[in-house]
Write a protein that binds this ligand. Structure first.
Ligand code: SF4
Ligand code: SF4
Length: 95
């Protein structure tokens, strides 16, 4: 492999490798969310399925409160909610 090609691959690798993964407190994934889940308190029966299914564990069990700093907007909570109490809203829209 020529030097030019080698340097190209090293530059590419630096863009995709994570040298210091840190932990969840360092990675506030809410910053790149396109859709956010919004809970309708009138429809919520406090069944806690959203809390159980959220892959990031960022829904507080008490009061079913979503931590938007870490919610990545995957929509699983809205899909699993049996009463349709959570709807996904584009970040460009008001809640
Ligand atoms: S959208 Fe995804 S990350 Fe955000 S609260 Fe729902 S399940 Fe959790
Ligand atoms: S899954 Fe729906 S009804 Fe159940 S606690 Fe979550 S928001 Fe409320």
């Amino acid at each position: 492999m020529g030097m030019e090609k080698y340097e190209f691959f090293v530059r590419r690798a630096r863009n995709v490798l994570t040298y210091d993964p840190g932990w969840s407190a360092d990675n506030r994934t809410g910053a790149w969310r396109a859709m956010r889940p919004v809970k309708d308190p009138d429809k919520c029966t406090d069944c806690a399925l959203c809390w159980l299914f959220c892959p990031d564990g960022i829904i507080a069990r008490e009061g079913i409160v979503i931590d938007y700093a870490y919610c990545k907007g995957c929509g699983i909570c809205a899909t699993e909610c049996p009463t349709g109490a959570i709807r996904m809203v584009p970040e460009t829209e008001e809640a």
